[in-house]
Design a protein around this ligand. Sequence first.
Ligand SMILES: [Zn+2]
Length: 272
Amino acid sequence: MKIFISVDIEGIAGVNEPLQGQRGNPEYEIARRLMTQEANAAIRGAFAGGASEVVVADSHGPMRNMIAEDLDRRAFLVSGKPRPLSMIEGLRSDHSGVILIGYHAAAGETGVLAHTVSGLAFAQIRVNGKITGEPTLFAGHAAEIGVPLLAASGDDRLCAEILKQFPGARRVEVKTALGAQSSQSLSPEASRELIEAEVAEAVRNADTAKIDLPCKPPLDIEIRLMRQVYADAAALLPHIIRKSATEISFTAVSHQQAIGTIAALALMASAL
Ligand SMILES: [Zn+2]
């Protein structure tokens, strides 16, 4: 049984503020270790639950955060960017399930470090009218190719989003949001124990997991950008419709196509 794990940083126990996700400071060096260790807890859980192969995708910011040398030797590591399918690259249709670790609430919602794909670029993304977070897009792609979301870890706001959009998945709440940059968190050690146990249970039951698909293609995507100049750049693409100074929309035939356009828009914004 093959299991795919995608790991972000904002929903890791002990992570609260933007500096912890940004290279070049001591806080980041601590946070990337916490991220690597939560990934290892999920890998241990997956093998304990019956996995025979585990692929882990490093999926925060530069997508080269986890300390490769410290990663559980049984797992394959996907890292670096840009890459096809962004946070879900490495997932194939013969995987039995997806696990999201260290995820967070959607842009425009409350929650620790809430954003969708890029906090710099996007104020809010809606797909088929639904407020869209990273699980909506990436676990949505998995569901579209027939792979269920088995479990997701992060704060209570992420868990509320998962309950609404992926009710069949296990929710692993490692902290309670007190604001955008504050939380009450489990200790890293307690968080790892909880993740390992919950992932093991989720993987053990993978063969009966329900496939939740919150947004069915074709996807009608509406984006509010953070700055007018980002919309100017986005509107250069022929399939983008300009709605207002900062709002754009487009349609996608699949989650894969939506992910590609959104990832490219984020890269364009980071260049301006
Ligand atoms: Zn993220």
